[in-house]
Unconditional design. Sequence first.
Length: 90
Amino acid sequence: WKYDKRVFYGAPVVYYEMRLMTLGTKGEPFLQAMVDYIFGVLDVLGIKKGAVQSEIKVENEKPRGPVLIEANCRLHGGDGSWAPVSQKCL
């Protein structure tokens, strides 16, 4: 998923859009590095099966690569917004 967060009425983190990303998406040069990174994180954590919601930050201007924000053994989202997308992916 890629989130577009914007300032709205003074609030700095308002979700404007969420998009499901696929490998090979044009204009997303860091996507493969992010996938490789999170699989490495899951290996280190010893997580082999099940759903893992992970958040990674990549800043295009900084050469340091992906940075882990969180990795939790749960599904994405708390409001069920993942369900229709997940069904399409199956």
